[in-house]
Write a protein that binds this ligand. Structure first.
Ligand SMILES: Cc1cc2nc3c(=O)[nH]c(=O)nc-3n(C[C@H](O)[C@H](O)[C@H](O)COP(=O)(O)OP(=O)(O)OC[C@H]3O[C@@H](n4cnc5c(N)ncnc54)[C@H](O)[C@@H]3O)c2cc1C
Length: 503
């Protein structure tokens, strides 16, 4: 065992889409800054950002019903949908900038157009969908959305879903062709390849074990080089903890006051993947349903056309599960190890409050394949068990913290936690996740580097022209940006015309 110490401007922990996005933004804003990355696995984008570990939906609230909640007076709140859509537009602009400046190429390897649909059954849900459609279709961000409760129209849109449907219950769907499927794993790898070309030092098989403040205000990061079994110490002026599910334990090690009274609860996911190319070929949309009563928002069932390795695939899920690991490659002691004297009450309060979630997770873990097929048959009535396999998706660590809603409240969003002086920041939580990486990392930059913002703003606006501007309130700018990003990213072209093989 030996040790070495090195100084740098920025350390990024973890090689997922968040570190990739932050590193790429910082390299454009401050090209002279030295950046180092430490990743415990052998490659980039292998945990939640990997294409098989998430659903690959470019979340822009075009189809996710949980972003438009129904209030007790029956009205529908579309504010969250607007916000998420605006955030996704920032990602589209930044990715377009990277393509236009030849910093990455072949955008079809990570993003493709796919209709986004919402599908509901039963009088009450049909009335909800219609009302939601009326609100959204009047908003510039959701233009082009169509609604139908005519079974003949629905057969045109989703033949596989309508075939063999015997129920007389009303059924309705909305459809918008400007939705996307995003391969976040491929995107992450492209961004890390770009960072490598920009001389960023990327250290795979390097696991971060500890983070401590030095007397001169820097951060000292203790790293285990897995290949050599050596311990290294690196110091930096700024550290980003982008460890995905592994971020919380590292944040706790910093000892900053902002890291206290926060806990995490891991929820794992499973997808069913279709192995029959004829079935895969007959569906072309991401179709989101409504979460069952009492089920958490991340369990909304959806049937997704995906493009993975340039192959068209069909996935259904997610089914939730429980594992005490914070990462797919984590340890069974992750959850228990994250309980500290400062967050034990927060965690216990959440345990008491979230009995419904616990019950739901137990039910999900107990589901047999036949039971999962029953859920799938709500989408594809004629689905055959032999056409579907199970894949284990990524771990989400939901944040638990004390809020004005009370002690130990489970959070479903993403959250940047940073030191008061902005010298260290961590990203916690998983939803809406990778789709909003650019917004989240720009927010982090704003929080951690306020002294540079005036100087950096023109460059940020060059990369993301709508930065700081509401596109909803500027429909002409939205049209212009949407058309330009579609062109740069090759969106809107018929997928059938692109070279594809069926999985
Ligand atoms: C089932 C599921 C479905 C999802 N669906 C979608 C979707 O449809 N659309 C969407 O936008 N988002 C979705 N998400 C969320 C999205 O996947 C995540 O928000 C995003 O990938 C998080 O990226 P990250 O970089 O923070 O974490 P990760 O991609 O998990 O990367 C973290 C990296 O840090 C490394 N690491 C951890 N600890 C250490 C350490 N101590 N030392 C060194 N390295 C370390 C890990 O090995 C990993 O490579 C989904 C997530 C799940 C689980």
């Amino acid at each position: 065992m030996s040790s070495k110490q090195k100084n740098t401007d920025v350390i990024l922990i973890g090689a997922g889409v968040m570190s990739a996005t932050l590193g790429t933004l910082l390299k454009e804003l401050a090209p002279e800054w030295e950046i180092k990355v430490f990743e415990k696995l052998a490659k980039a984008g292998e945990e939640s950002s990997n294409e098989w570990n998430n659903a690959g939906t470019g979340h822009s609230a075009l189809c996710e019903l949980n972003y438009t909640s129904e209030k007790s007076d029956g009205s529908i709140d579309i504010n969250k949908a607007i916000q998420i859509n605006e955030h996704f537009q920032l990602s589209r602009q930044f990715w377009s900038y990277l393509v236009n400046h030849k910093l990455i190429s072949n955008p079809q390897d990570f993003i493709r157009s796919i209709p986004h649909m919402s599908l509901v059954q039963g009088e009450k849900d049909v009335a909800f969908l219609k009302k939601r459609f009326e609100l959204l279709s009047n908003n510039p961000l959701f233009q082009g959305m169509e609604y139908s409760d005519d079974p003949e129209k629905l057969k045109e849109w989703i033949p596989l879903v309508m075939e063999g449907r015997t129920s007389n219950e009303p059924i309705a769907a909305t459809k918008i062709d400007s939705g996307t499927d995003v391969n976040f794993g491929a995107l992450t790898c492209m961004l890390f390849d770009h960072l490598k070309r920009k001389n960023v030092e990327i250290n795979y098989m390097h696991s971060v074990k500890d983070i401590k403040r030095t007397s001169d205000g820097l951060w000292k990061v203790k790293v285990h080089n897995i290949d050599t079994s050596k311990i290294e110490y690196h110091t930096a002026k700024f550290v980003f903890i982008g460890g995905g599910g592994g971020s919380l334990p590292l944040l706790q090690k910093t000892g900053i006051p902002e890291s206290k009274h926060i806990g995490g609860f891991p929820v794992s996911g499973l997808f069913m993947v279709c192995n029959n190319p004829e079935v895969v070929a007959r569906h072309h949309a991401k179709v989101y349903g409504k979460a069952k009563v009492g089920a958490p928002p991340m369990s909304v069932p959806h049937l997704d056309t995906r493009y993975i390795d340039n192959k068209k695939s069909l996935l259904f899920g997610p089914f939730a599960g429980f594992s005490p690991k914070f990462l797919k490659t984590g340890s069974n002691f992750d959850l228990i190890g994250s309980v500290k004297p400062d967050n034990v009450l927060t965690m216990l309060a959440a345990g008491v409050k979230e009995m419904a979630l616990t019950k739901y997770l137990i039910q999900q873990v107990m589901l047999s394949n036949e039971k999962r097929m029953e859920e799938l048959r709500e989408f594809i009535p004629n689905a055959k068990i032999e056409d579907w396999d199970i894949v284990v998706a990524g771990q989400r660590v939901q944040v638990i913290k004390d809020t004005e809603d009370g002690k130990g409240t489970l959070q479903f969003g993403t959250e940047v936690v940073s030191a008061a002086d902005g010298s260290i920041a961590a990203l916690l939580g998983a939803s809406p996740g990778a789709s909003t990486a650019v917004h989240v990392m720009l927010e982090l930059i704003n929080k951690c580097f306020p002294q540079h913002m005036q100087e950096w703003e023109p460059k940020i606006k060059e990369m993301v022209p709508s930065y700081g501007v509401s596109l909803e309130k500027n429909p002409e700018l939205f049209q212009e940006i949407h058309a330009a990003t579609a062109q740069s990213l090759g969106l809107g072209e018929k997928e059938e015309e692109k070279e594809l093989v069926y999985s």
